[in-house]
Design a protein around this ligand. Structure first.
Ligand code: ADP
Ligand code: ZN
Ligand code: ZN
Length: 701
């Protein structure tokens, strides 16, 4: 059928990587003497360059006369064409996130593939074939022990089986929202569902938010599916690994693909099941270029392929939760932890009850230290979580009030004690810590506030003899460091683990009985309407690290300690009851009242210039244009006035943004399609405007 669909020589439509705003947004026409199947990789000329392109399905919509078209330069022989559904996924994503088809299509292929010639490709294909033999010969160390499923797991799987059997039928199965706390057995459901799809001869795609943080998930799949060729796809691979893994998936040799958000675009000709673990995680949203949501695209892709998709989470995104409430998704709940392990008791420690010491704001309160000492005495591990790395967020002079601001950004430079630097986390500008105040010469400049580095130091002082380890972006820069540190925790070589949100995600710690969040209040008062949702998920996830193993006899009752000035806040009250449903209900009511997602649809237009006034003028002009459109008027869209981003200046560039809110997703899409070509023209009228970009369904406002 691939061949029947191909053009019979002559004009071919080719997706090439044209820059977003060049005006060339669709595939381009070329001439080919031989018939080419859609999805074939070819080389074409563009201007003076020679590029890789993809023969694109569909009829040409260009009017260029045939004699003006340039001939293609060659075909990458030996590679099966990309499937029509893959092309359809790309076309949808490009349209939805407002990028050109060619740019997106080429950018999601492994970079090395774009450079290969035929001979090199043959060599790679041989290597992949060799690897797939080897993989099939992998035998388990021991036959995997399959646990007897709980009633809730059995029911979830029965539903999934039903959907898997229907795969490819007339209607696409509804997405499944697998809702269950940490330790409730979600991963076991993924494993069984994968097993069934594999047994049907289908490929399985499993997305995880950050593969570096989830080596255990990889290990669990590898352990369960010893003879199944498995590859991972994420940005930490070398270019050669990425090409090999991509090819293995494309050729159907890899049966199981584990990956981060970019893997949603993997070529999987026999896809039978998609799993999105921790579906609420913000890392599924790409934050530059094509700002796609891999979670949303996974749902779209599953619908396109008519295969089941499982979205798993203990704290689903409010979008997914709302979809389940509305019946668009099927909700499957795993209501209890496996083996009856209790969820940790949540203790909301009221900071107002502390004796007031003037000017001293302590994170290590005496009661917290006491709780840590008790766990230490019992030989249990504890986890202390603070979402701020470095020693202190700012250095300060008490004489003249100088603060360590960044000369290039509207942000403080963070004090890092280990290498005695002041480092800007936004532009990277770094200097040695001055020995005296740069303005008044005062020798007594002091850190203000606290990051993980300082917390670690203070814990070590307060708890002599305790073995303390810290995990954050600073301690895990080098390859292998994170694994080594996690290994030490698992081996029981660490008593207290200090860290940022890196330590709250996914790790299957067995011996942690106590988790403390020392300063989480900030998110309660953020201007970002999603901040409470993220905080709740983070705290639930942190709590999930404690008491995972009901059988670990040494563990006393597990506890989550939350230090707050607002223990009465509804968010904390729901957390104390582990009541996501109450939290979600409350938040959704607020969102409905304020007309925020999921009750409306947003796009964010951002502009950058050296001069904030230039960026603002551009956005004002853009708003004026859009407001005059019947589409915007009839649909009562709201175009908010442009405002500086929360960190307005980064690396001497001023950043301004403008929010567009629409009741109808389709109407917003129609407006954007009209609007974006205008913005390209408008940019030229605003001298000094450096960049603009649109973010559809933005996560952080
Ligand atoms: P989640 O993904 O929801 O955190 P897991 O699937 O990892 O939960 O399950 C938690 C633990 O319980 C794991 O160690 C897993 O092997 C084990 N487990 C899962 N399902 C069962 C079961 N039905 N019987 C016994 N143990 C199970
Ligand atoms: Zn000073
Ligand atoms: Zn800076």
């Amino acid at each position: 059928s691939e061949l029947q669909a191909s053009a019979s020589g002559g004009r071919v439509r080719v997706a090439v990587d044209t820059p977003q705003h060049s005006g060339l947004t669709g595939p381009l026409d070329y001439l080919s003497e031989q018939a080419l199947a859609p999805g074939s990789l070819i080389r074409v000329p563009l201007g003076k360059r020679e590029l890789m392109g993809i023969v694109w399905p569909g009829e040409s919509d260009q009017a260029t006369a045939a004699e003006l078209l340039r001939p293609i330069l060659g075909v990458l022989e030996g590679l099966p064409p990309l499937s029509a559904r893959w092309c359809e996924l790309i076309e949808f994503a490009a349209g939805y996130y407002q990028r050109s088809v060619g740019e997106l299509a080429l950018s999601v292929l492994p970079p090395q593939l774009r450079e290969l010639d035929g001979t090199q490709l043959q060599l790679r294909l041989k290597r992949v074939a060799k690897w797939a033999a080897e993989q099939a010969a992998r035998t388990p160390d021991a036959a995997p022990v399959l646990p007897t499923l709980s009633a809730a797991q059995t029911e979830a799987l029965a539903r999934l089986d039903g959907l898997l059997r229907q795969a490819g039928a007339e209607a696409a199965p509804p997405p499944l929202l697998l809702y269950g706390v940490t330790g409730s057995g979600k991963t076991e459901v993924y494993l069984r569902a994968a097993e069934h799809a594999l047994a049907q001869g289908r490929q399985v795609l499993v997305l995880v938010p950050e593969i570096n943080l989830t080596p255990q998930l990889e290990a669990r799949f590898a352990e369960r599916f010893a003879g199944v060729a498995t590859v991972s796809l994420h940005s930490a691979l070398t270019p050669a690994q990425r090409l090999r893994n991509w090819l293995a998936a494309h050729l159907g040799q890899a049966r199981l693909v584990l990956g981060t958000r970019l893997a949603v675009f993997a070529s999987l000709p026999q896809l039978g099941l998609v799993v999105v673990d921790e579906e609420h995680d913000p890392s599924y949203k790409q934050q530059d270029g094509a700002r796609y949501s891999a979670r949303d695209l996974a749902v779209y892709r599953a619908r396109l392929e008519k295969v089941p998709v499982i979205l798993g989470s203990a704290t689903p995104s409010l979008e997914s939760w709302h979809n389940a409430n509305e019946g668009r998704y099927q909700r499957l709940a795993l209501p209890a932890r496996i083996g009856g392990a209790a969820l940790p008791r949540v203790r909301l420690f009221d900071m107002k009850t502390l004796p007031v010491k003037k000017g001293v704001m302590t994170a290590l309160t005496a009661p917290l230290l006491q709780a840590l000492r008790e766990r230490l005495a019992r030989g249990e591990q504890s986890l202390v979580f603070l979402n701020r790395r470095g020693y202190a967020p700012v250095l300060h002079c008490g004489e003249c009030q100088w603060k360590s601001d960044c000369p290039h950004c509207s942000a403080w430079r963070v004090f890092h004690k280990a290498d005695r630097t002041l480092r800007c986390h936004h532009c990277g500008f770094s200097e040695r810590v001055p020995s005296a105040c740069p303005t008044c010469g005062n020798l007594d400049i002091a850190p203000l506030g606290r990051g993980t580095e300082r917390l670690e130091e203070q814990l070590a002082e307060a708890l002599p003899g305790a073995r303390i380890a810290r995990i954050d972006a600073d301690t895990t820069k080098l390859k292998g460091e994170l694994e080594a540190q996690l290994g030490a925790v698992h081996a029981g070589e660490v008593d207290i683990l200090v860290g940022t949100q890196m330590i709250t995600k996914g790790h299957d710690f067995r011996r942690i009985g106590f988790v403390a969040a020392v300063n989480p209040d900030g998110a309660l008062f953020s201007s970002d309407f999603r901040a409470p949702e993220r905080l709740f998920a983070l705290l639930m996830q942190a709590a999930g690290r404690a008491g995972r193993d009901a059988e670990a006899a040494t563990l006393g009752p597990s506890e989550m300690w939350v230090q707050t000035w607002h223990p009465e806040h509804a968010l904390y009250q729901a957390l104390a009851r582990h009541d996501f449903e109450a939290f979600a209900k409350n938040q959704l009511a607020e969102r409905a009242g304020a007309g925020l997602p999921p009750y409306s649809h947003l796009a964010l237009l951002r502009a950058e210039a050296r001069d904030a006034a230039v960026a603002k003028a551009f956005l004002d002009a853009a708003a004026a244009w859009a407001e005059a459109q019947p589409e915007a008027q009839q649909q009562q869209m709201l175009i908010y006035p442009p405002v500086p981003m929360s960190i307005a200046r980064v690396a001497n560039v001023e950043r301004v943004q403008m929010l567009v809110e629409a009741g109808s997703r389709a109407a917003l899409q129609r407006l954007l399609r009209l609007w974006l070509p205008e913005l390209g023209a408008l940019k030229r009228e605003h001298k000094g405007l450096m960049r603009w970009a649109v973010d559809v369904d933005p996560l952080a406002i």
